[in-house]
Design a protein around this ligand. Structure first.
Ligand code: BDR
Ligand code: CA
Length: 317
């Protein structure tokens, strides 16, 4: 069983990713760390607890990290995820949940030291850049680093060229990509090129409701708003669920494929947050990123659906 930390900003699709990870026997979620992204940190913490409560897994520790990006002003994505960060499902808050004194970076630093823990990052990379500031060696002991973020040929989702997680904190993303370069390692980039293919449709949601009404209702509650947002902005009848794809690829490496390339992140100007992927080797630099470009959609759904539908689900009331 592979040990993982999920660094996230829940967030609708983050929640689906947590559900997938906690119902996957291949991984042990040793902790969830929160970063300011879709939701401000405190809300992200509460939402992680709401999901854990539904899963009956409040034993999984949740730590809170950076409450703002490294340099830029913080801009939340509650326009996409709803005012409560969970699609305006307004699930009741889980009582008696205190934010631990240990910060996300402190928890990660302690936990990563052994070299047997991987990180799946589903939000801006601020917490990871913080670890690099604290202790680069500890950062480099991450076993596998899978990040949902960036884009290669696909257009952006919050500017013409930038994906949200890296646009939110491009400076941290740059620090992380550069640290991987200096160490001769690769970050696995699960970007919009592949996540855009993972569309939860009304048909799939209906099937989920039919097969497991408890889980189906929960998913419907948190995605309803997301469906409407996608119709308005992307003109699709369904919603792109980015984050679970990163978890799925961590578990089954045959779901995505791509190529290795030196990659940097723009931190200024109109292309701020854009991943600059040197697919042609102009810079003559060793690769620091595995850029996923192809996705076996069927393999994703075959992994995702039975696992999500296997969840018993506890009342959040
Ligand atoms: C990413 O940004 C957020 O809206 C999602 O949770 C995902 O991590 C997609 O650009
Ligand atoms: Ca996210």
């Amino acid at each position: 069983m592979e040990k993982i930390i999920i660094d996230c900003d829940p967030g609708i699709d983050d929640s689906l990713a947590i559900m997938l990870a906690l119902n996957s026997p291949e991984v042990e979620v040793v902790g969830i760390t929160i970063v300011a992204g879709n939701s401000p940190c405190e809300l992200g913490f509460k939402n992680a607890k709401r999901v854990l409560k539904f899963l009956g897994r409040l034993d999984v520790p949740v730590y809170v990290g950076a409450d703002r990006p490294r340099v830029r002003e913080y801009v939340n994505a509650l326009d996409t995820h709803g005012s409560d960060g969970l699609g305006e499902s307004f699930l009741p808050e889980v009582p008696d949940q205190m934010i631990p004194d240990l910060s996300a970076a402190e928890f990660m630093s302690q936990t990563l030291k052994g070299g047997d823990v991987s990180v799946i990052a589903l939000g801006p990379l601020t917490n990871l850049a913080d670890i690099i500031d604290r202790d680069r060696e500890v950062f480099l002991s991450i076993k596998r680093l899978v990040s949902m973020g960036g884009n290669f040929r696909s257009h952006g989702n919050c500017s013409p060229v930038a994906e949200y997680n890296y646009w939110e904190d491009p400076d941290s993303a740059k620090v992380v990509f550069n640290a991987m370069y200096e160490a001769g390692r690769e970050i696995e980039m699960v970007g919009l090129d592949v996540t855009r293919k993972i569309v939860l449709t009304y048909d799939i949601l209906d099937e989920m409701k039919r097969k497991n009404p408890v889980v189906g209702d929960f998913v419907e509650k948190i995605t309803n708003f997301y469906f409407k947002f996608h119709w308005e902005w992307e003109h699709i009848r369904g919603c792109v669920i980015n984050d679970p794809l990163a978890v799925a690829q961590f578990i089954d490496q045959s779901i995505l494929s791509g190529f290795s390339a030196f990659t940097d992140v723009e931190t200024l100007g109109i292309s701020i947050g854009q991943t600059v992927v040197d697919s042609m080797g102009f810079y003559r630099k060793e690769s620091n990123a595995l850029i996923y470009t192809k996705v076996n959609e069927k393999a994703f759904w075959d992994l995702f659906l039975p696992r999500i539908l296997g969840i018993k689900g506890e009342s959040n009331e």
